[in-house]
Design a protein around this ligand. Structure first.
Ligand SMILES: [Zn+2]
Length: 211
């Protein structure tokens, strides 16, 4: 008996089960009951996502390795790293804020980028990473906690307020954070989990044919 379940897809809006149909490049498939978009076929999105994720990884390392901003007040210059800011908050008994900043701007983005590369890189070389379904689930659940853009906005507001009382020297990490915000947005918009499932299917079909 043929396994038809692999070709069924549930509409994320109304839960109607429908069979997948092949669509041309650039085309979209819509739900036949509520017209929500089910999936699209965009050429090269997998490679684009991988490129964006690699750029995000490089920018993330630079953003954490170099000073974020320098502040010059009457000849006294102070520069701080992101981790230094988290530690400062911790040392000054703002534990909750320190944990929130650390988790949302360092821990979660690091996990997100690492998991993306863990999934995308092996597929690029036709290898299957272990535990893809669980990783996709984790990625989905941690996404709302990655708040680089909120942090970036907070820094910009603070810089505008501080500029009258002191001289602000933007550090390399600040520019990297700007780039990282854009790259993470690009990864989120170009990543299509359906591509991952299709590659997983293709590789397992190929392996079954070889056996
Ligand atoms: Zn629907």
């Amino acid at each position: 008996m043929p396994n038809h379940s692999a070709h069924l897809i549930a509409c994320h809006e109304c839960d109607l089960l429908q069979r997948e149909i092949p669509i041309p490049l650039g085309g979209e498939a819509h739900c036949c009951r509520c017209s929500a978009m089910l999936y699209r076929s965009s050429p090269g999105t997998f490679d684009n996502t991988l490129a964006f994720a690699m750029a995000a990884a490089i920018l993330f390392v630079i953003a954490n390795a170099y000073p974020l901003i320098g502040i010059d007040i009457q000849g006294n210059t102070n520069a701080t790293h992101l981790f230094g800011a988290v530690r400062y908050l911790w040392d000054h008994e703002m534990l909750l804020i320190s944990i929130l900043v650390g988790v949302t701007t360092i821990v979660i983005p690091a996990i997100e980028i690492t998991m993306m590369l863990y999934i995308l890189l092996p597929f690029r070389f036709s290898l299957v990473p272990i535990g893809v379904p669980n990783i996709l689930r984790v990625l989905q659940s941690i996404k709302p906690w990655s708040m680089i853009e909120v942090f970036m906005l907070g820094i910009l507001v603070s810089l505008v307020k501080l500029k009258d009382t002191s001289t602000i020297i933007p550090g390399v990490a600040l520019w990297s954070f700007g780039g990282l915000t854009l790259m993470l947005a690009a990864v989120a918009s170009s990543f299509n989990p359906r591509d991952v499932w299709q590659r997983l299917d293709n590789i397992s079909t190929r392996e079954n044919q070889h056996e």
